[in-house]
Write a protein that binds this ligand. Structure first.
Ligand code: PEP
Ligand code: MG
Length: 580
């Protein structure tokens, strides 16, 4: 038995056999073969090419069925590459002419080919990833490693991997993947957010778990405490099985709250909304008893597709959400690309410090066609609904004014074209940088609402990379500087009479619920799986108590004291909850 400590990012217990994924980095030596083996090498390559083709055809079929034909079109280019006569000529020349091993020929030829795209316009430069993808697939089939497919599994598993992208996480077979354990990452990395969205227990920041675990090992994931147990002894296994049963019972007990309002026990109404990344999650939010969508992270439209979404792609996604919420609030956030979302993974030259780089509203203000396309789609989709639009990561009023001017241009264009739109759509901002928080009184006079993004606000206030496991213990909302900023943002909203919501992960952490109520927060937007528990806490507390808690906490000046006090309060309110 081996116990490993990481960072619990999605609560709950999962027990199953491990599937261990490799980093898919192949070390291809410069290997040559004897002259008389050239034909055998060519035969190996033909076989690997045929297997790769079959895999891609299957992927194309599944993608067309599960997503759409347009997305499935990505794989046409992969097939074209595999059938490219010129490339095969070059493989053959290396194998027969230079006696290279098939792997070495594939890696050399395809890497040279990829280089040709480097200096091309962006839409062609992106082809580099397809070439690398084909290279990996061919190498895998030559070397004999089989891709672990997580979309279709026959048994229950826990996935162990060095890292997972948010789209890999989202594509997992929900029926059979019971939990996730990965080597890197922090509390608010986007993979962690997707895992929480799916309600999958997850532990990240485990360093070298992939080196310790082997496929088929029994593994326990304790996403609440951030613990992973490999090959548990009988006593430990029984203990966790009991915990898993309690957890199921607790969750069932929360079902009864589904249709009840999120009102404190002395009658103060709270709006409890859900965060989504994909339109299909809207139904989950409503099913868990959420009253609407407080954060729709639209950049996930870009993940999983090789082409930029069209105005219709945007429009259809937004309509899908809004159709399910005809009379409910839906906050659509404009693109928050950059940092760990999408652009870095596709960049030819990744930014040195992407969290401080060209991300979010900065990216949009430099990529106006994409930004305008999205705003057009939002304005059109919002007709007759309670949608609103929100800009992320502002640091200055100038950015807000620029973004609003672009919005006005788009409205003018739509009106000139006679296209129906919602020109009076409420516009808000994410307050998620210290500079926005410190200017909140000025911002409050120019927007219709605030939504506090604690994931980035904590990251930038405490100078702690939200996705870095090495500093994860320093990432906390219990820092007095963070709490003071939260208090001011809420006060600015009260002063100028605009709603203030919180959509960062802190809003879904039960330990903070009473404190946030006491600080004056009246709208919480949380990951769907957290809705029932947060509702239970809200319904179990009076505003008087919440105010007393907030008063006490704001007088404390150490994180440790604040944490201990909040934990104690939380246990008083919800002793049956499965918390640390
Ligand atoms: C945040 O920063 O708190 C937030 C909600 O935005 P994201 O996690 O998408 O950066
Ligand atoms: Mg953010």
């Amino acid at each position: 038995m081996k116990v490993k400590k990481g960072i619990g990012v999605s609560p709950g217990v999962a027990i199953a056999q491990a599937v261990v994924l490799n980093a898919e980095e192949f070390d291809i030596p410069q290997r040559h073969v004897a002259v008389d083996l050239a034909q055998a090498e060519l035969a190996r390559l033909r076989k690997a090419t045929a297997v790769s083709k079959k895999e891609i055809q299957e992927l194309r079929k599944q993608t067309a069925e599960k997503i759409d034909k347009k997305t499935a079109g990505i794989f046409d280019y992969h097939l074209m590459l595999l059938e490219d006569k010129e490339l095969h000529k070059q493989f053959t020349a290396m194998i027969v002419g230079s006696h290279a091993a098939a792997e070495y020929a594939v890696a050399t030829v395809l890497r040279n080919y990829a280089k040709l795209f480097h200096d091309m316009p962006q839409h062609l430069a992106d082809r580099v990833h397809d070439v690398y993808d084909i290279e990996k697939r061919l190498l895998r089939n030559l070397i004999g490693q089989h891709r672990q497919t997580l979309a279709h599994l026959k048994r229950n598993v826990v996935v162990v991997a060095p890292d997972l992208s948010p789209s890999q996480t989202a594509a997992m077979d929900r029926e059979h993947v019971l939990g996730i354990a990965i080597d890197v990452g922090g509390q608010t990395s986007h993979t962690a957010i997707v895992a929480r969205g799916l309600g999958l227990p997850a532990v990240v920041g485990l360093n070298d778990l992939t080196a310790d675990a082997a496929g088929g090992d029994t593994i326990i994931i304790d996403g609440t405490r951030g613990v992973v147990v490999l090959n548990p002894d009988a006593e430990t296994l029984a203990h966790y099985q009991q915990m898993a049963r309690q957890q199921v019972e607790f969750l069932h007990s929360l079902d009864a709250l589904r249709d009840l309002p999120a009102t404190t026990s002395d009658g103060h109404e709270v709006l409890l909304l859900g965060n989504i990344e994909f339109p299909r999650e809207t139904a989950t939010v409503l099913d868990k008893g959420g009253q609407g969508i407080g954060l729709y992270r639209t950049e996930f439209l870009y993940l999983g597709s090789d082409t930029e979404p069209s105005e219709e792609d945007h429009y259809n996604a937004y309509r899908e959400v809004l159709n399910l919420c005809p009379d409910r609030s839906v906050v659509i956030r404009t693109l928050d690309l950059g940092a760990d979302k999408y652009t870095q993974s596709r960049a030819r030259i990744p930014e040195r410090n992407p969290m401080l780089g060209l991300r979010s509203i900065r990216f949009c203000l430099q990529h106006l066609p994409a930004f305008k396309t999205q705003i057009r789609a939002i304005l059109r989709a919002a007709v007759g609904t309670r949608a609103s639009m929100m800009f992320p990561l502002l640091t200055s009023l100038k950015e807000l004014r620029q973004a609003k001017a672009i919005m006005r241009d788009v409205i003018e264009d739509l009106e000139e074209e006679g296209v129906e739109c919602a020109p009076d759509l409420p516009v808000g901002i994410m307050v998620e940088t210290p500079s926005a928080a410190l200017q909140c009184y000025a911002f409050a006079q120019e927007v219709d609402f605030f939504s506090i993004g604690t994931n980035d606000l904590i990251q930038y206030t405490l100078a702690v990379d939200r996705g870095n496991e090495r500093v994860a213990s320093l990432f906390t909302g219990a820092n007095p500087a963070v709490l003071r900023l939260l208090q001011e943002i809420i006060r600015a909203g009260q002063r100028y009479d605009i709603p203030v919501s919180m959509c960062g992960e802190l809003a879904g952490d039960p330990k903070y619920t009473v404190l946030l109520l006491g600080l004056g927060l009246r709208t919480f937007s949380v990951t769907p799986s957290a809705i029932p528990e947060i509702k239970k806490i809200i319904r179990g507390v009076t505003m008087e108590r919440a105010l007393a808690v907030a008063n006490r906490v704001m007088k404390l000046d150490s994180e440790a004291e604040i944490n201990n006090y909040l934990r104690m309060e939380m246990h008083k309110l919800l002793p049956e909850a499965y918390t640390d």
